[in-house]
Write a protein that binds this ligand. Structure first.
Ligand code: URA
Length: 431
């Protein structure tokens, strides 16, 4: 088989055979980067059909370890978000779903660029340990029903290689490449069922509903071809999901939801995803029953108690749940005022970048982050802003960072005469 023939075939819009797709993955570290760059661009421009996408997913899946979770009793349901701003659903729904009896093994990632990462949020809890072995994770789930941790083993090294190349060759935006990248990693963590949260809007990879729908449908079909129970929700990322952006701030917002004192878009999306998880995990018969179970465990405190148990088991200080001043505190803050008017639109990606500029995010993997940095929004799309209260408050350890972040933020929010549509947080469910 010849790599150049495969590039030419895709350049000429022909589907690749299963053997050719496995060959592409086998040649990683043998064929030169420039051939992969050319092939990725041809895929990006000419696409792949559903069978090719499933083959690429499978080939990348088998390029590394597959975690065996069979020692955990019950149906293991994983959840994945394509990435957004103030997207803290895992911290709400992992303990909440576990409190309803669903075994939850969540392998999460760190934030990069404008998006936040669950591991960074959890590490803002003093002492919280995200580095567990497979054996420790299995023991913990069998004991308390939930674990949230970093990846163990060498999962999908082929995706690691291709993703890095895509990042520098302008080939990230491609439905088959994104779908196979996400699905290969989800399948490698050994779950029986998967709930996908496909973000759509100015803070997401998929900026419009047609692209988001195509990505969601492709991932659902790929999962089904590979015998997984799978559901995708398309959810709104035309504004930050929660009102708090930044690691500690997002943990606090999740805790407030678990305490029962906070509703809103983050609550809605968390419960919608959690309901699908309980149904796929055979804990509830339908999403309405599942939602009632989740809501009940917020009201009776079982969800919060499970989060406390999770923190204690993973070495964290649970007293932060009762006293937020136990989190690292920021050194400086600034109230941000904007032009009066209706909140018409957010450039959500830029809001995420403003939070990163305050110190909450990183632009390279090894950069330290400031857990207390971030932004609290007081207004959402469709609200009327009268200019009396600050529109937002920024927190950081560095007043110069606040200056940079403010400049990004004020250009990222549009207030004006038109009452912006209040968007629905859950746009569509694809089963
Ligand atoms: N997340 C992934 O893991 N891969 C992509 O290609 C895009 C988002």
């Amino acid at each position: 088989m010849n790599f150049i023939d495969i590039i030419l075939k895709k350049k000429n819009k022909q589907p690749l055979t299963t053997e050719e797709i496995y060959f592409i993955v086998e040649q990683i570290n043998k064929a030169p980067d420039y051939q992969y760059g050319a092939l990725l661009m041809a895929i990006c421009l000419n696409g792949m059909d559903k069978r090719e996408t499933a083959d690429l997913t499978n080939a990348m899946l088998y390029s590394g370890d597959i975690i065996d979770l069979s020692e955990i009793k019950g149906i293991k349901v994983d959840k994945h978000s394509t990435g957004g701003v103030a997207d803290t659903t895992t911290l709400v729904l992992a303990p909440l779903a576990a409190s309803c009896g669903l075994p939850v093994v969540k392998m999460s990632g760190r934030g990069l660029g404008h998006t936040g990462g669950t591991l960074d949020k959890l590490e803002s809890i003093p002492g919280f340990n995200i580095s567990l072995t497979r054996e420790q994770a299995i023991k913990q789930v069998n004991n308390i029903g939930v674990v949230i941790m970093g990846q163990t083993g060498k999962l999908c090294p082929a995706d690691g290689y291709l993703y890095k190349l895509r990042d520098v060759t302008g080939t990230v935006q491609s439905v088959p490449l994104i779908a196979s990248s996400i699905m290969s990693k989800k399948l490698a963590v050994g779950a029986d069922a998967i709930v996908l949260d496909v973000k759509c809007g100015s803070g997401a990879f998929m900026k419009n509903i047609d692209d988001a729908r195509e990505l969601a449908k492709t991932m659902v079909e790929t999962g089904k071809r590979l015998d997984k129970r799978i559901t995708a929700l398309i959810t709104d990322m035309d504004q930050p999901l929660g009102n708090n952006i930044g690691n500690t701030l997002e943990v606090i917002e999740a805790v407030e939801i678990l305490k029962g004192g906070l509703k809103g878009d983050l609550y809605e999306v968390s419960l919608a995803l959690g309901s699908e998880m309980l149904v796929l995990g055979d804990i509830a018969e339908n999403t309405q029953q599942a939602r009632e179970m989740l809501d009940e465990n917020i009201k009776n405190g079982k969800g919060l108690a499970k989060f406390r148990e999770l923190i204690i088991t993973q070495g964290g200080d649970p007293s932060v749940l009762d006293d937020y001043s136990k989190f690292k505190q920021p050194l400086v803050s600034k109230e941000i005022y904007l032009e009066k008017g209706f909140v018409e639109a957010f450039d959500t990606e830029a809001v995420g970048r403003a939070s990163a500029a305050l110190g909450a995010g990183r632009t390279s993997y090894d950069m330290p982050i400031d857990y207390s940095a971030g932004i609290v929004l007081n207004y959402r799309k469709g609200d009327e802003y009268d200019g009396k209260k600050p529109f937002a408050v920024m927190y950081s350890d560095d007043k110069y960072k606040i200056k940079d972040a403010e400049e990004i933020f004020v250009n990222a929010v549009k207030t004006g005469k038109n009452r912006g549509e209040k968007t629905k947080p859950v746009i569509q469910v694809i089963r």
